[in-house]
Design a protein around this ligand. Structure first.
Ligand code: MIC
Ligand code: SF4
Length: 650
């Protein structure tokens, strides 16, 4: 028998049901879960609706890191709800100010070889210490907290064989941007990425975590590094050496495909507007005038990243035309910078210190000026995500970001007039978990605080036997969840579906015309069903299940696309929206907004691997029949027909 990859080994040790063959549906036991506040309120409303008294995982943590700007009462109302409901249900609560979920989890809770399911697409960050860490919708995480297995497609494993080592001023971010330039942001659904080879030993845990973090942008299920001596040293320094175990693929492991990356040959790269897959060398973009630089996000806000930034800024000043923001990834990072004096170095150089939270990464302030360039160390630069319309956002390493902050133009850091700073990990990090609140003991009665802005759990009705659909919107390729459900200033509506639903597809609304929400509600109220038509990779990006729940609330019952991304497809199923795929290219081209689509005998038609026949009528009277396909399992079909997964509880 051929050797196994690390991904196969971890899944094998957690397999509850199904066959270990790429493409087949399996159920996997989940050891740990994480939620963040922007998805957590819904996850806990759902957990409550499921009637769960106490979570059954080894460890579940709720973080407050997204909604921390607190304009109006909504954010803190969410925090109070989450703090009380987690106390009642047996979940740790990481308070606002303690840091970004993925960074804190890596520091304080992740365990090599365990499974982690998180209601955030960058959950694979913890693959940097050899966890199988997967992002999912809040309802899937709620089910895992309740002790249920996680249903997933057994992945094909893409091996990335690393050789050499990163040169001076070249960073882990450049390595993952290079991988993105090879694999792109589409077509990787159903795959996992595993890093191996001699180049691994030169990469520290924070560097590995940067790489696994941005695996989310590839659209893969997870990304994982082996657990080796570097992992052990990191965990020992976090005072958690006892949870370490060595983990690696077998020497003769068979990968679906192997990509060779010679780290020594890489150079500084940037993801250009407005996709993380739009890669160019920084040198080729040189000279671009930049008005804002931000260092932070779950991709690049570790102590290593910020120490490097401090070394470069030491004794220098930020360019007068650049606004530099720095958001340390966790309270641990911030406290250590404060104690070793580097915080003073950053402040003296002219940096603006932001809270240890997602902040600008999810449009919570720091929006750049109109028609200006923002350079960020983040993982996503989807159009308008910064909060500025038609923004121009470049994603780079902290090295490139800080060189740029000094010069005012996008700068290859290799041109800086100084030696590249070296970093060595501290022997001990400051490990103070006092901002993580332990839950109340089981059996204690806790009052769950539910202020007026906290809405009800989502409610969906059984699927009709005839889809009497109207195409509300036709969009192209790579429509992200930010297009579907904008975040930014609307993030505070996350715990209230009727209010948040008003901005579904807001970016496609036109002045003087009814909004998507108004048109959808009119179709729904006339007793018909809304349909959305899309191209490839529909639903890229975030795990936010609101991108399914809010359209569902407005009466959308089908999405027909050329392809749909993994997490979003699962969210559609969970909330009773039928994800259909075009069987032929011509139908996608032919169907237009305002066409009527009718699918009869849905119950009969939705059989595994069977085509779905529909009739289409356009407003000018043209009529034709077309065939869709789907990749739903019997269990998925049952969920959709019953009106979503929540309706199957109680
Ligand atoms: C993001 O980076 O888009 C987010 C905000 O972290 C999302 C989660 C959300 O929308 O709340 C994600 O990546 O899943
Ligand atoms: Fe937060 Fe940005 Fe990371 Fe999402 S990508 S978890 S918004 S820091």
């Amino acid at each position: 028998m051929a050797g196994q990859t690390l991904v196969e080994k971890i899944i094998g040790a957690h397999l509850v049901e199904g066959e270990a063959t790429p493409g087949s549906e399996v159920q996997v036991r989940i050891d740990q879960t994480l939620c963040q506040d922007a998805t957590g309120t819904m996850a806990f409303l759902e957990l409550e609706a499921m009637g769960v008294e106490r979570v059954k995982t080894e460890l579940s943590v709720q973080y407050i890191d997204h909604n921390t700007s607190q304009f109006g009462p909504e954010n803190q109302n969410d925090h109070l709800y989450l703090q009380s409901v987690t106390a009642a249900k047996g979940v740790l609560y990481s308070r606002a100010g303690n840091g970004i979920c993925h960074q804190v989890h890596l520091e304080r809770f992740g365990v090599p070889g365990k499974t982690l399911l998180g209601s955030d697409s960058h959950t694979p960050t913890n693959g940097g210490i050899g966890m199988l860490a997967i992002g999912a919708g809040g309802l899937d995480v709620a089910v895992a907290m309740a002790g249920g297995a996680f249903k997933m497609t057994y992945p094909r494993v893409i091996g990335v064989r690393l050789t050499g080592q990163l040169g001076p001023w070249v960073a882990a971010k450049d390595a993952i941007l290079h991988v993105l330039s090879i694999l792109s942001t589409k077509g990787n659904v159903g795959a996992a990425v595993e890093y191996f080879g001699p180049g691994i030993t030169s990469l520290s845990v924070p560097e590995r975590a940067t790489i696994t973090n941005m695996g989310a942008e590839l659209g893969v299920t997870s990304s994982v590094f082996p657990s080796d001596d570097t992992t052990r040293t990191f965990l020992v320094a976090q005072d958690r050496g006892d949870c370490w175990q060595p983990l690696t693929a077998d020497e003769d492991a068979v990968y679906d495909r192997v990509i060779e990356v010679d780290l020594s040959s890489l150079e500084p790269l940037a993801a250009c507007p407005s996709s993380p897959g739009n890669i160019a060398t920084v040198a080729s973009l040189g000279g671009l005038t930049v008005s804002q630089v931000v260092v932070g996000s779950c991709t690049n806000s570790s102590l290593k990243d910020l120490t490097m930034v401090a070394r470069v800024l030491e004794g220098r000043k930020v360019h007068p035309d650049v606004s530099l923001g720095i958001a340390p990834g966790s309270r641990q990072v911030l406290e250590m910078l404060a104690l070793n004096g580097d915080l003073a170095v950053l402040v003296k150089a002219g940096a603006r210190i932001l809270e240890s939270a997602c902040g600008p990464c999810i449009g919570q302030g720091f929006s750049p000026a109109s028609d200006s360039v923002s350079v960020r160390t983040f993982n996503r630069n989807f159009l308008n995500r910064t909060g500025t319309k038609n923004d121009e956002c470049y994603l780079v390493s902290p090295e490139t970001a800080i060189a740029t902050a000094l010069t005012g133009t996008l700068t290859d850091p290799r041109g800086l007039d100084m030696a590249c700073p070296e970093w060595s990990m501290p022997e001990r990090f400051i490990t103070d978990d006092s901002m993580v609140v332990a839950p109340a003991a089981a059996g204690n009665s806790i009052e769950i605080i539910r202020k007026a802005t906290i809405g009800d759990p989502p409610h969906c009705t059984a699927y009709p036997d005839v889809l009497d659909g109207s195409v509300l919107l036709k969009v192209g390729d790579k429509i992200t969840t930010d297009h579907i459900m904008p975040a930014g200033t609307y993030l505070k509506l996350r715990s209230n579906i009727p209010n948040y639903a008003q901005v579904v597809f807001e970016c496609f609304n036109e002045d003087g015309h009814p909004t998507f929400a108004e048109r959808a509600a009119a179709v729904r109220d006339s007793g018909r069903h809304g349909v959305v038509v899309a191209g490839d990779s529909y639903g890229q990006g975030s795990s936010r299940e609101h991108a399914a729940i809010c359209p569902m609330h407005l009466g959308v019952r089908a999405v027909i696309a050329r392809s749909i991304e993994r997490i979003h497809s699962a969210n559609l199923i969970n909330f009773g929206i039928l994800p259909l795929l075009f069987a032929g290219e011509s139908d996608y081209a032919k169907i237009a907004a305002d066409d009527d689509i009718r699918i009869e005998g849905i119950r009969e038609q939705l059989r595994p691997d069977a085509p779905v026949l529909a009739s289409v009528r356009s407003p000018d009277g043209q009529y034709w029949e077309c065939t869709f396909r789907h990749d739903l399992s019997e269990a998925d079909v049952e969920v959709i027909l019953s009106g979503g997964r929540l309706s199957m509880f109680g």
